[in-house]
Design a protein around this ligand. Structure first.
Ligand SMILES: Cc1cc2nc3c(=O)[nH]c(=O)nc-3n(C[C@H](O)[C@H](O)[C@H](O)COP(=O)(O)OP(=O)(O)OC[C@H]3O[C@@H](n4cnc5c(N)ncnc54)[C@H](O)[C@@H]3O)c2cc1C
Length: 497
């Protein structure tokens, strides 16, 4: 079991309500396995549409990742948009993307002070690149705005660095309609809303086996049995015994985060951006909370470890990105396991008549679990069959223990490659600046000597340039001419966490 701890946003008197375990047999329309974001959204939506719903949670509501995340809500999936188009074609990619936006809208509509007091929503997220990829950024902006009707702004290096005072980041994509919320309040608020809609939630009730045959399916827990016409498996990587083959299609990745002590005014001097910041390699993800504290997620493992062990790693990461902050004191650490699929898309749909799956949301689970919850509830009760858009992304075995070991090394490699690319980009940037300085000095010396020296090869650059309008899409020929740009454009995630 993951050792998790709560974020500072939880007040001392805000212990979540205790819920009974299921101690009697029950008959319902829908049984949901797992009270994380996915299970609770299905339960709430199905109950709102009139179904009788029971949620069986093996531990407590939000016990895993759903109660221990950073609360950034963005459109998109773990799979980069270019890969999504390649996989399913532009038309289906557009529809899938629209669903991902509906998921984000669902969270925005639910995470209001009226429905979930203290949720504190705030706007805007920035995705930054740790390499100099202006060309790739422009083509991605074009795809997001024109093909996917998403509100985004391209930020030049100067603009990024005016709010994030580090030489590590280059260009950025600003999502004005992204938002962040208090993650723990959201999952408990969702549970309360599901209950209010009529769903019954039982804690400490692990599902140990399921008999899928027949119209009415039988669900077995240690203390009671349940019969249901539909079962929704929303247990993420911990599902285990009820359908081990399904768990085996997810690579479990434990992601860890830390909250600093209050850092005072020096934090605002280093970070002047009020929303969430995530790098395009999916390594660092952070935001300011409580005015002057940093909430920062970065380290990952493919095995379960105590989050406390990673406080120092987060401290080092912050010092690397923002050396002016020095070694920041950490007040809290937490983490959870996310389920990563081989193809990077969530598992949403019907496995066999009456048996549904909602899992594999990876590092971007807020919008995607919301879309899954809505879609499955509407499919069961209204016959909405848009979940079929996810059919091309089959359940692929994630490789078991070998997959975890491979996943670990791939993760290390990706982080190493990202660091090396960052070093190279910063070296090139430094070399360009040195060359401009040298030429300016040469021109000045020539002027003083009264001679007409050669004109500088590069005119001095203005401090800040406006973002040029999106250039026409790169042709295949261009892609070959800019091999690094095209590689980078593939690596960039779309709002990846
Ligand atoms: C540090 C961190 C930061 C993150 N930040 C963000 C972010 O900013 N934005 C974002 O979009 N996403 C973020 N994520 C990802 C997001 O939290 C997850 O994708 C999401 O919470 C997954 O929800 P879930 O309901 O699928 O799974 P879970 O949260 O794992 O819930 C599944 C539940 O099912 C229960 N269960 C499992 N098996 C059984 C069984 N047999 N019987 C009964 N119950 C069972 C488990 O106990 C668990 O409570 C972050 C994750 C982490 C760890």
């Amino acid at each position: 079991m993951s050792e998790t701890s709560t974020s500072a946003a939880d007040g001392p008197n805000e212990t979540p309500p205790f819920r009974d375990r299921l101690a009697f047999d029950l008959d319902v329309d829908i049984c949901v396995v797992g009270a994380g974001l996915a299970g609770l959204t299905v339960a709430r939506e199905a109950a709102r549409l009139g179904a009788s719903v029971a949620v069986l949670e093996g531990r407590q509501v939000g016990w895993n990742a759903s109660g221990h995340h950073l609360g950034t809500v963005m459109p998109g999936f773990g799979l980069p948009v270019a890969d999504l188009i390649e996989r399913v074609g532009l038309q289906d990619a557009r529809e899938l993307w629209a669903l991902s936006k509906e998921g984000a809208d669902y969270v925005r509509a639910t995470a209001t002070e009226e429905l979930i007091p203290g949720i504190s929503p705030s706007d805007g997220a920035l995705e930054v690149s740790n390499v100099d990829i202006g060309e790739a950024l422009i083509s991605r902006l074009q795809a997001l705005t024109e093909d996917f009707a998403t509100d985004v702004e391209g930020w030049q290096v100067d603009r990024v660095r005016s709010v994030l005072r580090t030489g590590r980041y280059f260009h950025g994509i600003y999502y004005p309609k992204a938002l962040q919320i208090d993650g723990r309040k959201y999952v408990h608020g969702l549970a309360a809303l599901a209950t209010r809609a009529g769903a019954r939630i039982f804690e400490e009730t692990p599902v140990v086996s399921i008999d899928f045959s027949g119209i009415r399916k039988r669900i077995v827990t240690p203390s009671a049995r349940l019969r249901a016409t539909h079962i929704v498996l929303a247990g993420n990587v911990h599902l285990g015994a009820p359908l081990k083959r399904l768990s085996d299609t997810l690579l479990p990745v434990w992601r860890y985060a830390a909250l600093t002590e209050p850092l005072g005014e020096r934090l605002a001097e280093a970070i002047g951006f009020p929303g969430s910041v995530a790098d395009s390699d999916g390594i660092d993800h952070f935001r300011i909370v409580d005015g002057d504290r940093l909430l920062w997620a970065s380290p990952e493992t493919t095995w379960d470890a105590r989050p406390k062990r990673f406080g120092a790693a987060v401290q080092r990461r912050i010092a690397t990105l923002f050396p002016q902050l020095g070694k920041v004191p950490i007040s809290d650490t937490f983490g959870g396991a996310v389920g990563v699929t081989v193809h990077g898309m969530p598992q949403i749909g019907q496995l066999r008549r009456g048996l549904w799956v909602a899992s594999g949301f990876g590092r971007q689970g807020l919008n995607t679990s919301a879309l899954a919850g809505q879609l499955i509830a509407r499919s069961i009760l209204w016959g909405d069959d848009r979940w079929r858009l996810f059919s091309p992304f089959e359940l692929v075995w994630a490789g078991g223990t070998t997959g975890r070991v491979a996943g670990h090394f791939i993760g290390l490699w990706a982080r190493g490659a990202s660091a090396a690319a960052g070093v190279l980009a910063r070296y090139r940037e430094g070399a360009r600046a040195r060359e401009r300085l040298r030429e300016a000095r040469l021109a000045e010396a020539n002027l003083k000597a009264g001679t007409r020296g050669p004109a500088p090869r590069h005119p001095p650059q203005p401090a800040a340039r406006p973002m040029p309008p999106p250039a026409p899409r790169q042709s295949e020929e261009d892609g070959k001419a800019y091999p690094h740009a095209s590689q980078e454009s593939e690596r960039i995630s779309d709002g990846r966490m």
